[in-house]
Design a protein around this ligand. Structure first.
Ligand code: UDX
Length: 434
């Protein structure tokens, strides 16, 4: 395998696992970020985000000199590939992807381009961005010899290391043979060759949004089926199982819950809807899912408040703050949005999350009490709301909490507990769709 020189710009949830993964594959990687504190921490082997398995890989490759960290883009000058993995947050009003960070990074990297370089856009970007980036580079550095390719990421947070080494597919948007062979080399070191699909750049940019929007729609669909099951006495987990046996549907992403969240699905569905409107293409399904998914968080909060409506000064225990299990990320977390709604009522809330407490504190400060573990969180509570699908909560000792709670109410927004066992321990148990 030919080791390439790779520069990764952006050391967030996509850039860092990508840089560390490529270093582990044997490439020479420099990860660049403007944030000096982040770079300083990484240079001291301190992980700047929680991802299973990332810390040991980072330390191993850093001490082997396989990966370095810098605030400067100078390493672009001797890179074969520059991977742009900076954020494209939604515009607060229009919800379109905010491209300022991409444009700034590209303007800067252009000035360092020396030999033939593949500039790979890994951030999730609107269709047509490759052409815009090409123009920016040509303006900044008219003699540069480069190709811009779309190299979208499909990592799931919390499983980024696993997903990096086990990609379902690698989508590459380019019509340049030279660029194709460089990207092929990037992935040559994989033991099992990933399924690589070379398409037009615009198709690659679209595949990313279309995939994420579809997954979000699939999640919302099972949440709607859960609502239906609650009215008809069906069990949504049985329905999901039955549906998933159809290979055209598949069993994954049919777990009902409080609505999808995270820094991708909400952002990408809104950006997809914006691009639809921008191109005068009707995207009613996605528009409706965005609206209904948001409303679901409110419905979940009302479900919790409703259980304690006749209790004076109720105490609510919230288990789970991260947007999903396996991560410390609270951005666009359904749990945090539900918590915001609950806090609008005059109640006392105690929270616990295995990994996300620090990030949650940055968002909600002292509006809630922070418990050291799930049992102290539910102490004297009138209801416990389970909002994130952490495995820890599945082992909650119901007998133990039955004694420590003030009222025995459980609102299980992730269907983690056994309803029968809850009932046997005297709980009023509310699950999702069953
Ligand atoms: C997603 C895509 O899965 C990934 O391919 C893409 O690269 C980035 O966006 P991520 O946002 O990290 O990944 O999390 P994901 O595991 O997809 O979950 C997103 C949200 O949907 C979470 O709030 C999760 O709790 C929720 N979810 C997921 C469900 O409610 N039900 C499911 O069955 C699956």
């Amino acid at each position: 395998m030919k080791a390439l020189n790779v520069c990764v710009i952006g050391t967030g949830y996509v850039g860092l696992p990508t840089g560390v993964g490529l270093a582990e594959l044997g490439h020479h990687v420099v990860c660049v970020d403007k944030d000096e504190n982040k770079i300083h921490a990484l240079q001291n082997g301190q992980i700047t985000l929680y991802e299973e398995g990332l810390e040991e890989l980072l330390k191993k490759n850093f001490s082997a000199g396989q990966i370095q960290f810098s605030t400067s883009m100078e390493s672009v000058s001797n890179s074969d590939v520059v991977i742009v993995a900076v954020g494209t947050p939604p515009h607060p009003v229009t919800h379109e992807a905010d491209m300022q960070y991409i444009h700034a990074a590209v303007r800067e990297l252009a000035t360092y381009l020396k030999n033939y370089t593949v500039v790979a856009i890994k951030s999730t970007v609107p269709v047509g961005t490759g052409t815009v980036v090409e123009k920016i580079i040509k303006e900044q550095n008219p003699t540069a010899d480069f190709d811009v390719v779309s190299l979208p990421e499909f990592l799931r947070e919390g499983f980024a290391v696993y997903d990096f080494f086990h990609p379902d597919r690698v989508i590459v948007g380019t019509n340049s043979e030279r660029a194709q062979s460089v990207i092929q080399t990037l992935y040559d070191a994989f033991e099992t060759k990933p399924n690589m699909l070379f398409v037009k750049r615009e198709s690659s940019e679209t595949i990313k949004y279309a995939s994420n929007a579809f997954l979000a729609i699939k999640i919302h669909y099972i949440n709607e089926m859960a609502n239906f099951c609650e009215k008809t006495g069906a069990n949504v987990l049985e329905v999901a199982k039955g549906m998933g046996l159809d290979t055209r549907i598949g069993p994954r992403f049919l777990n009902p819950g409080p609505g999808f969240g995270g820094s991708c699905f909400p952002k990408d569905t809104m950006a997809m809807a914006f691009m639809g409107r921008q191109n005068d293409v009707s995207m009613t399904l996605i528009e409706d899912v965005i609206k209904e998914n948001w409303a679901r968080k409110k419905q979940m909060a009302n479900r919790v408040l409703n259980v304690v409506k006749d209790i004076p000064d109720p105490k609510i225990a919230v288990l789970g703050l991260a947007f999903k299990n396996g991560t410390d990320d609270c951005r666009e977390s359904p749990a945090m949005e539900i918590l915001d709604e609950i806090l609008k009522a005059n109640v006392t809330v105690t929270v616990y999350d295995p990994k996300a407490m620090e990030n949650a504190k940055k968002l909600i400060g002292d509006k809630v009490v922070y418990a050291s573990d799930m049992y102290s969180a539910v102490q004297n509570a009138d209801v416990v709301a389970i909002l994130t699908e952490w495995d820890d909560f599945k082992s909650l000792d119901l007998q133990k909490i039955a004694y420590s709670m003030n009222h025995k109410n459980i609102v299980d927004c992730r269907n983690l507990l056994d309803p029968q066992k809850a009932k046997e321990n005297g709980f009023n148990y509310l699950g999702i769709g069953r």
